[in-house]
Design a protein around this ligand. Structure first.
Ligand code: NAP
Length: 254
């Protein structure tokens, strides 16, 4: 059984650690002993050790998952050479990472929060076959993996699937508010929206988005009135611009 060393104990580290729990030995590395211990207990992590580090992390021959904030990268010093580093930090390029940390192999991964429920999508870039296989073994446990053949596509993909849960969260909230405005009680509105997202996700596996839209929009009917309002509010370009803004921000972190 390989040991995976996760640097960080935030939301993404939790999703990853819970998914890998029992399948790999884990090592949780960070700067706050209490938080690490709490993280291990709260998530009932098996076969897991903790390493509390104030400054220098010995990464010799380790398989590392870097799950700290991009601005925290240089908080630590990294000594020796790791076997492979999976970098999930938004925007941080392999070139930038190479200057801070020595590894035999580097891999960019952009997961999303649905990893917490085993339905995440991880976008992965590596130019090494063995690293790709290991990435698949690790990140498939959290949902599905999609490989891209250009590192720059990680930032574009991240602006959709990485940030996407926040955009869809906004849509869900808006629809719940809309239900309340139309006189439904809050709990009923939440149930409707949950059912809507669940069914839509399944439908999207078998139908194209425009097909789903046409199927729902009968001539002279109710839905086309709603669509008109959304088009008048430039909803489509608002989404395109949101993804573009997130992508631009990721590029500034590279
Ligand atoms: N959340 C998402 O949807 C998502 C999706 C894709 C990728 N990512 C990437 O995943 C990484 C972690 O995100 P997250 O959502 O898990 O964040 P989070 O829950 O806020 O956790 C952040 C982690 O970074 C550590 N950290 C923060 N500032 C630090 C500093 N100055 N020095 C050392 N450690 C520091 C925190 O430790 P302390 O508590 O000790 O500060 C914690 O372990 C980010 O790089 C993000 O770009 C996130």
């Amino acid at each position: 059984m390989d040991t995976i060393s996760i640097i960080g104990y935030g939301k993404m580290a939790k999703a990853i650690a819970c998914g890998l729990n029992g399948r790999f030995r884990l090592e949780i590395i960070g700067r706050d002993r209490e938080k690490i211990e709490h993280f291990i207990q709260e998530n009932s992590l098996l076969n897991t050790t903790s390493i509390n580090i104030k400054s220098t992390i010995d990464i010799k021959d380790k398989i590392i998952i870097l799950a700290i904030k991009p601005y925290a990268l240089e908080y630590f010093k990294y000594e020796n050479q790791s076997k492979v580093v999976f970098n999930i930090m938004a925007g941080v390029s392999i070139d930038k990472l190479r200057k801070v940390l020595d590894s035999r192999s580097y891999c960019r991964v952009m997961p999303n929060v649905a990893s917490l429920v085993g339905s995440g999508v991880s976008v992965i870039y590596s130019d090494d076959i063995q690293t790709k296989q290991l990435a698949k073994d690790i990140f498939n446990v959290l949902g599905s993996s999609i490989f891209v053949d250009k590192e720059e596509h990680i930032n574009s993909a991240g602006a959709i699937s990485g940030s996407g849960p926040a955009y869809l969260g906004l849509v869900a909230e808006a629809l719940i508010d809309a239900g309340v405005r139309e006189g439904l009680n809050f709990d009923l509105s939440v149930k409707l929206v949950n059912g809507l997202f669940d069914g839509f996700a399944k439908l999207l596996q078998v139908k194209a988005p425009n097909e789903i839209r046409y199927d729902t929009t009968s001539p002279g009917g109710t839905t086309i009135e709603g669509i008109l309002e959304l088009e008048n509010s430039a909803t489509r370009s608002a989404f395109i611009n949101a993804v573009n803004a997130a992508h631009k921000k990721a590029k500034t972190l590279s």
